[in-house]
Design a protein around this ligand. Structure first.
Ligand code: AMP
Ligand code: GLY
Length: 425
């Protein structure tokens, strides 16, 4: 079966790499892809937001399945358009994708499903947001309701900073129209985890747990990014905790989506804070996480293509997934300057030497192939991923691979997975 994969990040290279292992895979097209996906199939020069061109391509090539990586095309309804053309497509409908694209919708859904989340309110006028924030004694979190590439959330130390940030988002529009409205939320304390599940409308199959590292700096300091590294499993998610998360969050969310008339299909990603009172939802995403997908798929032993088809055909009940019990760690190498301005076009060396190490996969994110070789082409450049007998061993191996790779201005955190090592040495 031929497949069209949409996106061009580290997540998409990991998906392409995993699909390549499937006996059922024929041709794999990735639009627009990167230098990594080009090694797994054919890149197609169509932007992931150009829905008419993507549908035209999928029809022309008669692909058997389309898999959508990023949130923007999902929120714009790519799945509806593909399916209207009779093309099987992995991902939620545009209406269901509002669970990520509209944080006010997500809050309302959680309320209707009695799903634990931070106390919060939605505002469409700055003066109202300001009055509310001023009335809070506790630190607050300000979130642009729309999509902002994972950067539309600011955790504030005190109400004064909260008011300043709300003004920057709502009045100065630092995140554009995504900041037309904001959610003001109480700050939750605890450790974060990402729980991803396959959902086929009714049935849920929870994947192994994982943990992202959002801030740019070691020790979780500095501004948030798309994610600087991840590991799987997350030791904080014990079997009992996973049961609770499934019962109290995932199942009620899927039920609430059905009651809402927006049935859910694809990957449901719950970003959670494990607080002293139990798991609380920070956000829902409607797709595979990036970079969580890199360590998760490195551990998946089953055929990803079969699972995606089962989701589309509402046959998830028949699926059992096998996982490598060993932990995996992904370290993101970024362009100097990210998450702010950064240069592009820097030549990357050492990729082969890194990939030669046992139990290592170097997933490309912002890379492209040109006459000078593989060059940087984005903020997050590579997701260097390793699997090992322990988290510590996987971490050591991942950094060994990182240290073989060079490009001007390369930056990575040096403490990826330390939280897991402290919890389960
Ligand atoms: P989100 O995109 O909503 O997951 O937010 C991005 C990041 O901001 C999360 O991964 C958390 O680190 C942080 N965050 C979001 N909401 C809260 C909250 N209510 N309390 C504490 N931290 C939060
Ligand atoms: N790793 C965070 C995200 O995928 O949104």
């Amino acid at each position: 079966m031929d497949v069209l994969l949409i996106g061009g990040g580290g997540r998409e290279h990991a998906i392409a790499w995993k699909l390549r292992q499937s006996k059922r895979l024929g041709k794999l097209y990735t639009a627009p892809g990167n230098a990594g996906t080009a090694q797994c199939g054919e890149n197609v020069e169509i932007r992931d937001s150009d829905i008419p061109a993507l549908v035209g391509f999928a029809r022309e090539k008669r692909v058997g399945l389309v898999i959508v990586g990023p949130e923007e095309p999902l929120a714009k309804g790519i799945v509806d358009v593909m399916e209207a053309s009779g093309i099987k497509t992995f991902g939620p409908s545009g209406a269901a994708a509002q669970l990520e694209a509209d944080k006010a919708f997500a809050k309302q859904l959680m309320r209707s499903g009695v799903i634990s989340t931070a106390e919060g309110r939605v505002f469409d006028r700055f003066s109202d947001a300001k009055a509310y924030i001023a009335s809070r004694d506790e630190p607050v979190v300000i979130k642009a309701v729309g999509l902002a590439k994972g950067k539309g959330v600011v955790v504030c130390d005190d109400p004064a900073q909260g008011i300043l940030i709300a003004e920057r988002i709502m009045v100065d529009r630092i995140f554009g129209d995504a900041g037309e409205r904001v959610v003001v939320e109480d700050k939750l304390l605890g450790e974060e985890t990402s729980i991803l599940a396959f959902v086929d409308g009714h049935s849920i199959y929870v994947m192994e747990s994982s943990q992202d590292h959002k801030p740019i700096g070691d020790g979780d300091t500095g501004p948030n990014t798309g994610g600087m590294g991840a590991y799987s499993p997350a030791p904080i998610v014990t079997e009992a905790m996973m049961d609770r998360i499934t019962r109290e969050i995932l199942v009620p969310a899927v039920d609430a989506m059905n009651r809402n008339g927006t049935p859910y299909k694809g990957v449901l990603y719950a970003g959670l804070m494990i607080t002293s009172g139990g798991p609380r939802v920070l956000e829902f995403n409607v797709r595979f996480g990036d970079p969580e997908t890199q360590p998760i798929l490195m551990r998946l032993q089953s055929d990803l293509l079969e699972v995606c088809l089962a989701v589309c055909e509402a046959k998830l009940d028949n699926v059992t997934l096998r996982w490598d019990p060993r932990p995996a760690v992904c370290v993101v190498m970024a362009s100097g300057g990210y998450p702010d301005e950064y240069p592009k076009g820097k030549v990357i060396t050492g990729l082969k030497e890194a990939a030669q190490l046992d139990d290592v996969a170097v997933f490309h994110a912002g890379t492209k192939l040109c006459d000078r070789g593989v060059v940087t082409n984005g903020g997050r450049v590579l997701g260097v991923t390793a699997i090992g007998a322990t988290v510590a061993a996987a971490k050591t191996r991942a950094y060994e691979a990182v240290d073989r790779i060079r490009f001007e201005g390369a930056y990575c955190r040096r403490d990826i997975a330390d939280k897991a090592i402290r919890r389960k040495p």
